[in-house]
Design a protein around this ligand. Structure first.
Ligand code: AHM
Ligand code: MG
Length: 308
């Protein structure tokens, strides 16, 4: 039984990063309480993307922002649910944290698994105009399912999964999460793209002909967690006519997950076959097509899209 703080200290993770993760873990526990309390209705507001917000989206966003401010280590935060980044004046550190407070909001009423995603950058002054991976030093995500897990990846120290126990502690449940290069699972998001992109359809047909197993819930967190749990799989969200730069957000979703997958021997590419972490940040809310999972399979998908 190893708490995440103890485990990360043994791995040589700095006091500051551990303290920041402690506050993130606390916000995850509070969000979990809120979900269990059933505060799942809609509110009147919309986010920047024109999506209707749930009470949970708004409360999760506030819970996380409050905890990050309390850490006194974060200078700037950006959230999928906030129009603009926010600054904390009282900070003694200089981290930038970007987060999606509640990924999979549309699954809340269906009672499917949902999650939160966090990316942690050191040097909060320089996010715009730089490659998104440049100062990214850690990322994590929580799954609110039948069990509550927090998977944390630290630069060059791997990805590790912790599970919330009945006394409110995150205990190591899987050390060194790793995925294989090949995969029998596939999660083909945005199948609407097949209507305008015959190459995507060819790849989906290829996956079916090769007897791949479909796993797609409609939530990026549970779908990517499935891959990391089974040790193999691929997830795609290509562009289409409506979403010309994809739907999923670079800072809040794609970069943190690509970082985690790289620490787990996986890969995250855009539709041009470039590493997501090499994307230059031009806007806090920018989106990107994404292909993420088992290395060789992802390279095959991207080749299909580019050459067939
Ligand atoms: P959200 O953050 O508003 O929940 O949107 C992101 C979600 C991802 O979790 C999921 O992979 C994707 O949107 C599903 O999109 P679609 O409804 O087009 O399948
Ligand atoms: Mg999301």
């Amino acid at each position: 039984m190893q708490s995440f703080n103890h485990f990360l200290r043994e791995k040589g993770v700095s006091n500051e990063v551990r303290s920041l993760l402690y506050h993130i873990a606390r916000s995850v526990k509070y969000i979990n309480f809120s979900i269990r309390a059933g505060n799942t209705g809609k509110c009147e507001s919309q986010n920047l993307f024109g999506e209707n917000q749930l009470k949970l989206d708004v409360s999760a966003d506030k819970t996380i922002a409050d905890e990050l401010e309390k850490s006194e280590l974060v200078t700037v935060i950006a959230s999928e649910e906030k129009d603009k980044p926010e600054k904390f004046k009282s900070s003694r550190g200089n981290f930038f944290v970007a987060y999606d407070p509640l990924d999979g909001s549309s699954l809340v009423d269906a009672n499917l698994a949902i999650g939160s995603i966090f990316g942690i950058w050191e040097n909060a002054d320089n996010i715009l105009g730089k490659k998104v991976g440049e100062n990214l030093i850690a990322s994590c995500y929580a799954v609110y399912g039948p069990r509550i897990t927090l998977t944390i990846a630290i630069k060059d120290k791997g990805a590790h999964e912790f599970e919330l126990n009945d006394v409110g502690e995150f205990i190591l449940s899987r050390e060194k999460v790793e995925i294989e290069n090949q995969s029998k699972y596939f999660a083909p998001g945005n199948l609407r793209a097949c209507l305008n992109n015959p190459n995507y359809k060819k790849w989906v047909d290829f996956a079916i002909e090769n007897k791949k197993t479909l796993r797609y819930s409609g939530g990026m967190v549970p779908d990517l967690h499935h891959i990391l749990s089974k040790g193999q799989g691929i997830f795609c969200y290509p562009r289409d006519k409506k979403h010309v730069e994809g739907k999923l957000r670079l800072l809040f979703e794609c970069a943190p997950f690509t970082f985690i997958f790289q620490e787990a021997n996986g890969i995250g590419l855009n539709q041009e076959g470039k590493n997501i972490l090499d994307t230059v940040v031009e806007d806090f809310h920018q989106t990107t097509p994404i292909f993420i999972g088992s290395k060789e399979e992802i390279q095959t998908v991207v080749k299909f899209l580019r050459k067939h």
